[in-house]
Design a protein around this ligand. Structure first.
Ligand code: ZN
Length: 159
């Protein structure tokens, strides 16, 4: 019996069996206004990150644009949760995401497997300090949709 090529391709995608790209595409925001989204109107390709021993590399399967993202686009550095120069350290928006684990750091092999699927609690606290994806931490508006994730911080629910 021959496998349906579309089913096979979808199965590979779901299980994170596809080879990793060498690059990761993202859309940073450098200040207030849509004209500051991306570099010269386009996305940036950066080297694919590699997870450390306590990190995961995850693929973003879907990201929702939230009204909170629109507030950051409108306010830029005047937004009360942005505490840095966006020109020097741009914000990558997107905090509502569904993701799949692609690579598991060596210290997490018993907890996670490639192909595990999760949603993320965007607003997190580490050592009593508030962080959030799309503000202090790089968000999920990544076109090729991979990122390193310190796993103890934010994975909240298996989907
Ligand atoms: Zn939101």
């Amino acid at each position: 019996m021959t496998r349906d090529p579309i089913e096979s391709k979808l199965g590979q995608y779901r299980k994170s069996e596809e080879p990793l790209s060498a690059t990761n595409r993202l859309w940073p925001l450098y200040g207030a206004g849509w004209e500051n989204l991306g570099k010269e109107g386009g996305a940036m390709d950066l080297p694919m990150p590699h997870p450390g021993p306590d990190e995961l590399l995850v693929r973003h399967d879907a990201v929702g644009i939230c009204f909170s993202d629109i507030k950051v686009i409108r306010a830029g550095e005047k937004h009360p949760r942005i505490h840095r120069s966006m020109k020097e350290q741009p914000v990558v928006l997107g905090h509502e995401v569904a993701l799949t684990v692609v690579v598991v750091g060596e210290n997490l092999q018993e907890q996670y497997q490639p192909g595990d699927r999760f949603i993320v609690q965007a607003d997190i606290y580490i050592g009593g300090k508030a962080y959030a994806y799309g503000y202090e931490l790089q968000g999920w508006l990544l076109q090729i949709q991979h990122r390193r994730l310190a796993c103890s911080m934010a994975i909240t629910a298996i989907i």
